[in-house]
Structures are given as C-alpha cells and as structure tokens.
Design a protein around this ligand. Structure first.
Ligand SMILES: [Zn+2]
Length: 126
C-alpha cells in the first residue's frame, strides 16, 4: 500500500491524528496494519507504560500499532472499521483531508480509562 494515502498531523481530537490524503470509497482499505511483531502476555507485561496505549488485540495475542495506524484516533462515530484484525476499512466515503477514526475502545486493556474526545453527538464516553 502506498504510504501517501494518509498523512499524520496534529488532530483536534487528541495529539496526532491520521488524515485522508485522497478520497476513499466505502469498503476501501484505508490503513493496513503492520502485524510483523506479535506480542505475548509476557511481552506486554514488560512493555513501558507509555507504549501500552498502542496495544491492539491480535489473534489472541497483541500487536503494537505502528505509524500511521497507531495515530488513528477513537471516535464513537467512526469512518473506518477494523477487518481481519489487520486493516482499517472505510465504512463511508471519506473525503480528502478528513480525519480517519475508528471505534476501538474495546481493544484497550480493561484497567485503562480512556477519556473520549471525539465530539460526536453519539459519543458514549463523555
Ligand atoms: Zn466518543
């Protein structure tokens, strides 16, 4: 996949975000995850605290999200969804310049409290 499909820059939602650098049609792969490095429970325990926010469940184990996937912000009204635990697929047409968002709160470790800042009317975590 060409890396210029999306760009990483400052986001109004939180820190950095991922933005469409071209138009995406509904059903297109927006971001393909890098799943080369799979982490076990043991690996996760040894991970620095600040890295843990990038953890994602992957086939009963975990992966650490790489850029650009790690910068995708959560939204309660997302424009992508995760397919096959390995890519973000557009669930609606996405215009160039729009921030790429995904509903992924459920992937986080349960002891972590996430404050959602997606500003969606449907936000479940205000
Ligand atoms: Zn929200």
């Amino acid at each position: 996949m060409k890396s210029n499909n999306v760009i990483v820059k400052n986001s109004k939602i939180d820190g950095m975000g991922v933005f469409a650098n071209r138009e995406f049609k509904k059903g297109e792969v927006v971001i393909k995850w890098n799943t080369d490095t799979i982490l076990t429970d043991e690996d996760v325990k040894n991970l620095p605290e600040e890295e843990k926010r990038y953890l994602t469940a992957f086939k009963d184990k975990y992966i650490l999200q790489q850029s650009p996937a790690k910068f995708v912000n959560h939204s309660c009204e997302p424009n992508t969804k995760v397919v096959d635990e390995s890519s973000d697929i557009a669930i609606k047409d996405i215009k160039k310049g729009k921030e790429i968002t995904s509903y992924y709160l459920s992937f986080f470790c349960t002891d972590e409290t996430i404050k959602c800042n997606c500003k969606s009317k449907k936000c479940k975590n205000k």
